[in-house]
Design a protein around this ligand. Structure first.
Ligand code: NAD
Length: 472
């Protein structure tokens, strides 16, 4: 076999959270694994230009807001000085320490990492354009974890540096005076949080009648109320019809409720979703089914229509979340190694790391209504939580839905500081088949925000110390 040809038992295409998890698990189960990643570092979008750097910047935003808001309670700081060069370097150092760690973990597990873009050339071969030339890697089994890319709007200019996608926004090259965010989803609102804290005037334009349209409205309302005061405009049921580059900014035209005909912005972030990369890897040419949108359909074992080829993560379907990809990655690796495994998680939690954070899992109230499911509901207002008030915040809420007949938890949602951390308990409760009694009888430490989950469960049962629940 020439230098340009390698053989491996399990080939993993893509080194994001799904791909490296699959590769490491397969190696732990005794397989010889080759992991192909187009970028020089592992970690994919999440670790390098997504979840992790955005959280580093969101932490800065939180500090800025907290320092500002605590003034009302008698603690005064000066105006923050923002050194974007230093912040950028710090953010990059966070990603770097994680991808250095991953490179070490790959080495310890003897996973061969090949850098370059890979494409299928046969049902058992992938060609990789590496910096040293083209390599062919033959395999017994493959796991596709090639992710997704930001959706582009074809009519928008594609070569103007003032028109950003999420990667550009995270580069933090400058703080635009006036920033338009197209798409009031998770990326759009997280980046709005960051740039608002750093001093940009924020305008958001969202197609639907609600920001974060996939989430129940009552959970989104506390966020909307807060950002309405912070941002210059939030235009709902509105679309951008054109963007024209001009010397002094991008001229944006709108159509819809309440928006102006056109306005000039210093930068525009387009965050209208992501598209799967299924059509970019030569999959169809070797017989792997890829649907019109670019998703690769899989079964519960993560197998594609080609039995020795698996697929995981964004490329197999929504929601496009790293924690779904890692879970699927383990399943695919275990099945490839001959174990009995399948994707049988009851829910994939969602978190918007906005301020306040919003997190939800299981059945949403919208879904329960659409599906005609009989449920009991309780909403505990954080205004009655001592811990929340001691943080200077009272807008939060914890909602639980339980099955009317069995009392079992069906879904939960939280809005407030740290909601993203708190939702994990609800996920565990759902996975364990807990009912409102189980949750209410679980002693939660006082005073914590976690208590609000126990309180909401007590409300389902009609008795709670810190609120008066009217008898029905
Ligand atoms: P998204 O689907 O969350 O939001 C896109 C928003 O844009 C939606 O509200 C949609 O209605 C709106 N929209 C679509 N077309 C539009 C148009 N032409 N004009 C105005 N609005 C329009 O997508 P995203 O925020 O781009 O994120 C992409 C993916 O990455 C999602 O799957 C998201 O879940 C994931 N992500 C997750 C996290 C997290 O878990 N915290 C963070 C970032 C991204």
């Amino acid at each position: 076999m020439s230098d340009a040809t390698l053989h491996t038992e399990v080939l993993v295409l893509g080194g994001g959270p799904g791909g490296y998890t699959a590769a490491f698990r397969a190696a732990d189960l005794g397989k010889r694994v080759t992991l192909i990643e187009r970028y020089p570092v592992l970690g994919g979008v999440c670790l390098n230009v997504g979840c992790i750097p955005s959280k580093a910047l969101l932490h800065m935003a939180q500090l800025i807001h907290e320092a500002e808001e605590v003034q009302d309670h008698g603690l005064k700081f000066g105006k923050p000085e923002i050194d974007i060069g230093k912040i950028r370097a710090w953010k990059e150092s966070v990603s770097k320490s994680l991808n250095t760690g991953l490179a070490g973990l790959a080495k310890q597990r003897k996973v061969t990492v090949v850098q370059g873009a890979g494409r299928f050339t046969a049902p058992n071969a992938v060609e990789v354009e590496t910096p040293e030339g083209v390599k062919t890697i033959t395999f017994e089994q493959a796991i596709i974890a090639a992710g997704s890319s930001p959706t582009q709007i074809p009519s928008f200019p594609n070569d103007d540096r003032r028109l950003w996608n999420s990667t550009d926004a995270l580069e933090l090259k400058q703080i635009p005076k006036k920033l338009l965010i197209v798409g009031g989803g998770i990326i759009g609102l997280e980046m709005a949080t960051v740039y608002h804290a750093f001093g940009s005037e924020i305008h958001v334009v969202e197609l639907m009648d609600q920001i974060i349209p996939g989430c129940d409205k009552d959970l989104v309302t506390p966020l909307l109320r807060r950002i309405k005061k912070q941002y210059k405009n939030i235009w709902l049921e509105t679309r951008v019809t054109a963007i024209e580059p001009q010397n002094d900014g991008l001229k944006v035209s709108f159509e819809g409720k309440g928006a102006p005909e056109s306005e000039l912005f210093d930068a525009v972030l387009v965050a209208v979703g992501r598209r799967p990369n299924g059509k970019l890897i030569g999959a169809e040419a070797v017989g792997i089914a890829v649907d019109e949108q670019g998703f690769i359909p899989v079964d519960k074992q993560q197998r594609t229509n080609v039995p020795h080829i698996f697929a995981i993560g964004d490329i197999v379907g929504n929601p496009m979340l790293a924690h779904k990809a890692t879970h699927e990655g383990k399943v695919a690796a275990e099945v490839a190694a001959g174990h009995k495994a399948g994707f049988d998680a009851l829910t994939i939690p969602s978190v918007a790391y906005t301020d306040p954070e919003i997190a939800w899992m299981g059945l949403s109230e919208n879904q329960a209504k659409q599906q005609g499911i009989d449920y009991d509901k309780a909403v505990f207002p954080w205004a009655a939580s001592g811990r929340s008030l001691s943080l200077g915040r009272k807008e939060g809420a914890t909602k639980i839905l339980c099955d009317k007949a069995t009392g079992r938890i069906l879904g939960a949602g939280m809005v407030g500081p740290n909601a993203g951390e708190l939702i994990a308990e609800a996920v565990l409760a759902l996975e364990m088949g807990a009912d409102a009694d189980d949750i209410g009888l679980t002693i939660h430490p006082h005073p914590t925000l976690s208590e609000t989950f126990g309180f909401a469960a007590e409300m389902i049962n009609g008795t709670i110390t810190d609120l008066y629940v009217k008898k029905g």
